[in-house]
Design a protein around this ligand. Sequence first.
Ligand code: 5GP
Length: 192
Amino acid sequence: MTKGLLIVYAGASGVGKGTIMKELLKSDSNFRLSVSATTRLPRPGETDGVEYHFVTKADFEELIANDGLFEYASYCDNYYGTPKKAVFDMLESGIDVFLEIEIKGFLQIKEKYPDCVTIFLLPPSMEELEKRLTGRGTEAPEVIRKRLDTAQKELTYAEQFDYTVINDDVERAKNEILTIISNIKKERNKEN
Ligand code: 5GP
């Protein structure tokens, strides 16, 4: 059985990662999104076990101690991490797994799993990003400021990704990502 593809999918808070991800999952039944653990509180409409496994700081630290995480990072005062076993089980059974993670996680995965494909989603501009984050209305002003500062720093890592995709239009960006993945799979199938 051919192993699934591990896709690291990153980009600034508010860039539209979640929206495009939902479309990607609808486009290919072989795609799954890894459900991360986080100590951040759920936003309205988020369900434990669906968007995230919402855990306490003590639970998270236990996951770290038990080597249960593939990678983890602290981002804007909360922990976020990828449960290891779930991801490896899916890859082994041929499923293509997306990790929707921030930059520190990306750097860890690149090191631990060089066979991964890395995609960075860019906003059309920083002004547009600020507009989207503010318009979303899910974060307090000081949290938005912190996330925008983090986004500025994260942009400097864009060139370390295999691919960058501009989210100027959801459908277009989704199709660009689908093409990237399909081309990689064709290449890898040729090699095997
Ligand atoms: P949010 O609080 O907006 O859901 O996520 C904040 C940031 O944490 C986003 O950039 C998101 O991609 C990232 N993130 C979510 N899950 C993980 C994870 O498991 N590991 C890492 N390193 N980052 C994550």
